[in-house]
Design a protein around this ligand. Sequence first.
Ligand code: PMP
Length: 416
Amino acid sequence: MSRFEHPVGDALMARAERVIPGGVYGHQSPAFLVEGVFPRFLSRARGCRIQDPDGHEYVDFLCAYGPMVLGYHDRVIEAAAHEQRQLCDSGNLPAPNMVELAERLVEKTIGMQWAMFAKNGSDVCTWSLAVARHATRRDVVVMAQGTYHGVHGWCNSFGRGFPEGERASVATFDWNDLASLEAAFAQHDGGVAAVIVTPFRHEAMHDSEMPAPGFLQGVRELCTRHGSVMIVDDVRAGFRLHIGGSTQHWGVTPDMIVYSKAVANGYPLATMLGSEALREAARAVFVTGTFFTQAVPIAAAIATLREIESRDAIARMDRAGRRLCDGLVERGRGHGLEVTISGPPSIPFMSFVADAGGFERNRVFAGEAAARGAFFHPHHNWFVSSAHEDADIDAGLVAAEAGFAAVARMFGKDRA
Ligand code: PMP
């Protein structure tokens, strides 16, 4: 069977369309990938390799959109989860390991004195605002224009199905532009409860931007000056730049940090950490959920934090990411194509200079690379894990080479 064919996946999709709206919905929908070439379902995953129901294997450069920081089905993490599963998981009460995980997170993270747990990044982003609003008795929150903070009404980027009123207390500023943040503070003088920022700009369909020198420090100073809470949404970048929160990489201490994705290497968990000054507000805001006590993801998280450090996983991902990024630039050039690689090497984003903000070349690239056995998203940042060895990166680059060749064939070279 040709790698371009997915008879089993196509049949599953036809069934799915009858019983699941859209068949596959949200950002996992094929509509966001490359139809006809990308798999629609995932059957098996090990390390940095994934397999679709038709048996096609891919070197994975998306890591489940981030969570797989140590790779899929890591032996040590699975053993920790299995051990806890023999004791208890969902329950009437939290298991003792919730206390242990909170202690570990507080120990690792400068300025944070408490932690609370949930399931999704969206949960903790929204609750961090509730804590900040209750603590300051103010309503307005300020976020960077275009940033993804999840699916809740106040920040849902599609907006459909949520009343305008949900955004009434949300002001925006431009990422990396302190003057625009000052303007937001001025416009809502004395009313800003919180500023929520990601540690670097990483929205989809946009080159990533690292914080300009002094930007995060400036956000910190403005929040302090105005008595507002600085919240860092580290849901996507967390544990790939610094074990104690990505902003520690830039020497900045916020008042709250929210994590999810990589914290439990694929097990469903989110956490919100905060400073001593916010403890009472965190206690007062009603934060809960049926599955928040689940002890298996917590056991996985304790093991994940330990293994990230003992394996030097952050440095390994950085090295693997550099090998990937350097290889992409070189191979693109080999086909007369200029690409821009942005963001940290372990969370890279690639665009074609000639696409000038569009993603047509990315789609051709990602489609061809998928057919050659590498999963590169066409317009979302990628992730590497510490399970990516040199040989995996090199196998990905061989597939990428075919992707570049297809782009050069279809669109022509940027230069001879
Ligand atoms: N914040 C950021 C920065 C994210 O990347 C995401 C998920 N992509 C979220 C929040 C929402 O997390 P979740 O999908 O787990 O609700």
